[in-house]
Design a protein around this ligand. Structure first.
Ligand code: ZN
Length: 218
């Protein structure tokens, strides 16, 4: 195992700890993957975060073949297909974070109620139709819902966030969870006023023109 691979494995474990401490994730439900050359690394199935170790992170190629040992997260289908279909994305984070999941249970898209939604690359975060966890069907829905975006909700399930690296994927996951919380809060007292597509285009242009990354968009 190369030094670079060990570092990436450690970074994946660090991200899992971060998700647990920030409340983005609890227990063993979340999972993380990162592209590494012509294969990808993914968190193992059913291992609690405190027990994760670098050699327990599973390597898999883009045909779904496990390289070495281990049992990948049951959601390896959508990790594989998203990384395969979107060469510009190198990291995927999946969580059942409370507010994103609550909105996903309403099977609603997150609309442009706040300009920061542009962090996911457009004027909405779509909610993918329901399919059983761990299936190719769920993966196909996720690939469609996240088209031109860096995040989508999964109906009655949770959130997927992606980025050019793990830092960006984590930043997108954190921001979308926070936006879902704000949106649900606003919905409790009224109907949030949505930004127009013109207003959102201006935000997206500004995010692009500053060339800022996901951590620096405020
Ligand atoms: Zn899940």
């Amino acid at each position: 195992m190369s030094a670079e691979s060990i570092t990436l494995r450690q970074r994946i474990i660090q991200a899992c700890h971060q998700m647990e401490h920030s409340g983005l994730n609890r227990g063993t439900s979340g999972n993380v993957s990162c592209r590494e050359g012509d294969y990808f690394l993914i968190t193992p199935s059913g291992v609690p975060v405190p027990q994760l170790s670098p050699d327990g992170i599973v390597a898999m190629d883009f045909t779904g073949k496990i390289i070495g040992e281990g049992k990948p997260s049951s959601e390896w289908h959508f990790h594989l297909n998203l990384l395969k279909n979107r060469p510009e994305l190198n990291a995927i984070v999946h969580t059942h974070s409370p507010h994103a999941t609550a909105l996903a249970c309403l099977r609603e898209d997150l609309p442009a109620f706040h300009y920061m939604i542009a962090i996911a690359g457009g004027d909405s975060v779509r909610c993918a139709p329901y399919a059983l966890f761990g299936t190719e069907a769920l993966s196909a829905h996720a690939v469609n819902a996240i088209k031109d975006r860096k995040a989508c909700l999964l109906a009655n399930h949770g959130l997927i966030a992606a980025g050019r690296d793990l830092d960006e994927a984590m930043a997108v996951a954190t921001e979308i969870e926070s936006l879902c919380q704000q949106y649900l809060l606003a919905r409790q007292t009224g109907q949030p006023v949505l930004l127009s597509s013109e207003e959102m285009r201006a935000v997206i242009d500004r995010f692009r023109s500053y060339g800022r990354n996901a951590n620096q968009t405020h």
